[in-house]
Ligand binder design. Structure first.
Ligand SMILES: Nc1ncnc2c1ncn2[C@@H]1O[C@H](COP(=O)(O)OP(=O)(O)OP(=O)(O)O)[C@@H](O)[C@H]1O
Length: 308
């Protein structure tokens, strides 16, 4: 499979991060192989892969949690401040939300009035201002996740790295996290977002890379990937609405009581179906172009279906 670099630059033509030929072993096991990519400043960059693909390892290398690897990670902005949201929630449950934030703030060198101000700002940002004096052990999973993100942004980072931040949380907190990410983008932060939820990547990321068994199999702008690999497909459902030539074609597959038809000329197939229906008094319940999905592209490149 072909690998091509993301060479597009950020809004002002600046790259936030350059990773060059990253390789990583755990013992004898190679878990990252020749990984190279660039992230434009201000982009939201999705890392997509199955469990065990190597996303967390790569993220830990970028966040300087892992040092034992070969290759080079270069932050092109000398003033880059990294905020790392780990996959595992790392909070002190016996302390309040406010105290957890203060703890992380002090680690980043904040003190006094500035620390107080930032703690209150972050509590507002993560939607926990009302619960600031409550102990974390009384929080739901989603609230803990939001506070975990808060701890990572207390020092106002401009590169925020999030490792599967929506796994196992309620839909309301998930929605809240997306709203926060939209705000990070407006604040011109660069974001690295690892997930195996494709619809999340499509929704929030401008750029994405597919990782499979420690290798980048493809990367680039999400729109470009969708255009490059999408196979035009239509969906039709109804009574007596499909001409025999389409019904028996190898490009036609049954789905949910209707048919998925792949074609290089989907509009021509739609016309055929409409004309056939007119002639044969068939009835169309649904006839639509199917929007290409990253999930299908991932499947076609790796042969693996992403699972929950
Ligand atoms: N500390 C470690 N020691 C040995 N092997 C490890 C260690 N951490 C991860 N691995 C192995 O490295 C590979 C990549 O793991 P990694 O956690 O980076 O994948 P991932 O894509 O983040 O998956 P997940 O979503 O399950 O966390 C896996 O085979 C994993 O078992």
């Amino acid at each position: 499979m072909k690998f091509w670099h993301t060479i597009k630059k950020g809004k002002d033509g600046v790259l936030m991060l350059i990773a060059d030929d990253i390789n990583k072993y755990y013992g004898n096991k190679k878990v990252l192989s020749n990984v190279s990519f660039n992230i434009p400043e201000g982009a939201c960059y999705g890392l997509v892969g199955l469990n065990g693909a190597g996303k967390s390892t790569l993220i830990k290398i970028i966040a300087s949690v892992i040092h034992n690897y070969s290759g080079k990670v270069q932050l092109s902005d000398n003033s880059a401040r990294i905020g790392y949201v780990p996959q595992e929630i790392s909070l002190e449950e016996s302390l309040t939300a406010s105290d957890n934030l203060s703890f992380f703030g002090r680690l980043y060198g904040l003190r006094g009035k500035e620390l107080e101000k930032r703690t209150d700002e972050v509590l507002e940002k993560v939607g926990l201002a009302e619960r600031k004096k409550d102990k974390v052990k009384t929080f739901s999973g989603g609230m803990k996740r939001r506070l975990n993100i808060g701890c990572a942004i207390i020092h106002e980072p401009n590169l925020i790295i999030m490792d599967e931040p929506t796994v196992g949380i309620d839909p309301q907190s998930r929605k809240y996290i997306f709203t926060m990410i939209e705000q990070f983008k407006k604040d011109n932060c660069t974001i690295i977002y690892a997930s195996h939820y494709m619809e999340e990547i499509e929704r929030i990321c401008e750029e994405a890379a597919f990782i499979d068994n420690g290798k980048f199999v493809e990367s680039g702008s999400v729109n470009h990937l969708l255009q490059k690999y999408a196979i035009p497909t239509i969906y039709v459902k109804g009574e007596n609405c499909l001409p025999d030539e389409l019904r028996t074609s190898s490009s036609t597959k049954e789905k949910n009581g209707g048919y998925l038809i792949t074609s290089n000329n989907p509009l021509a197939e739609m016309r055929k179906i409409i004309n056939f229906c007119k002639e044969s008094r068939g009835e169309i319940e649904r006839l639509e172009l199917v929007k290409p999905k990253l999930e299908d592209i991932f499947f076609s490149l790796t042969g693996s279906q992403l699972r929950d």
